[in-house]
Ligand binder design. Structure first.
Ligand code: ZN
Length: 335
């Protein structure tokens, strides 16, 4: 069964952006850089063993074509216009195709993240702990690619009968696991894009991008303020008065920190570089008063009071008040 293909009808414009591996909104500098990298790898001076030199040259010719068109503003505009037209006609075809077929099975990845058909990219939310954000981590992402049935060539029928191999679906879902490396310093709301790691797109005949949206899970003790990590640490009255070395929890463990003598409640110490992406950890000091006092301690506090040269802290508060009546102070009732 010979298949005649009418070239004039199936001839479609090559995706120059895809060939150069750049986004459609790439600047001419990005295009230049992409071209230079490709030239290094596939230029006429390169020999890859086992590769047919004719195919190498043909492939490199495509790279050059893409580069020449995209670097010329006028040619690029024209190219973009044609692509738009093509996308529209493909879109119409696609709608038709969708109306005539049942929806493809949703896989777990799609259900969790949703898929943007137009952008070809899969967006998934990725929850990570604070520790993972600090140290970096690897996430196993499971996606399933629709692969065309080889028996029917995705046509769903063989000799006008339903294809037995794919039971008329035209393709199979093939699960694929991708490891995505989340670098140290990843923060909440960050988007990590892995070009070409998304789902296989039947229409475009290539992998789309995988986009991971990072969601930082709340930590039981530590808070997050932008990229700073925050924590409130209690110290005793004595530590606050005399200064101390105290242990402080951090996202990756604990550190010993010095507090100055006479550290007031609410004072904030900054631990450089212990936040996310090189930011800091902010340690707020809370002073905890003793819960009880022994007679011996009371006697010593009394002695301390006598030794103290602190001015009356209420002096400025009372200065603006009228003097007490001649009969003496009124005794305020206790709570
Ligand atoms: Zn089939």
């Amino acid at each position: 069964m010979g298949r005649m293909v009418d070239q004039s009808k199936t001839q479609t414009q090559k995706d120059y952006y895809y060939i150069l591996g750049v986004r459609p909104d790439a600047t001419s500098r990005e295009i230049q850089q992409a071209y230079e990298q490709l030239y290094e790898k596939f230029g006429p001076h390169v020999n890859i063993s086992g590769m047919d030199p004719d195919i190498m040259i043909k492939n490199f010719r495509e790279i050059c074509d893409a580069y020449e068109v995209l670097m010329d503003p006028k040619a690029r505009q024209e190219y973009d216009r044609n692509s738009e037209k093509m996308r529209q006609s493909l879109g119409d075809l696609r709608n038709l195709w969708q109306k005539n077929t049942e929806k493809p099975q949703q896989d777990a990845g799609m259900a969790a993240g949703g898929i943007k058909a137009a952008a070809l990219a899969v967006e998934l939310e990725c929850e990570i702990s604070l520790k993972e954000a600090m140290k970096g981590c690897i996430r196993e992402i499971r996606l399933s690619d629709p692969m065309p049935c080889e028996q029917c060539n995705a046509m769903k029928t063989v000799n006008r009968m339903q294809c037995q191999n794919c039971r008329g679906l035209g393709y199979f879902n093939v699960e694929r696991v991708t490891d995505v490396d989340l670098p140290a310093g990843t923060y909440d709301g960050m988007e990590i894009r892995r070009p070409g790691c998304g789902r296989y797109d039947i229409r475009a005949k290539r992998q789309g991008d995988l986009i991971l949206k990072v969601k930082l899970l709340p930590h039981p003790i530590l808070g997050i303020l932008g990229r700073d990590i925050t924590v409130t640490v209690p110290v005793t009255l004595y530590e606050a008065m005399l200064g101390a070395e105290i242990e402080v929890p951090t996202a990756t463990g604990r550190v010993v920190m010095k507090i100055q003598p006479l550290t007031h409640p609410g004072r904030v110490y900054r631990l450089k570089g212990l936040g996310l992406a090189g930011a800091d950890q902010l340690v707020t000091i809370d002073v905890v008063f003793p819960q009880k006092i022994t007679p011996e301690e009371a006697a010593m506090f009394k002695r301390l009071k006598e030794l103290s040269q602190e001015p009356n802290p209420r002096e400025s508060l009372m200065r603006s008040m009228p003097p007490p009546p001649p009969g003496g102070q009124q005794q305020a009732a206790e709570e």
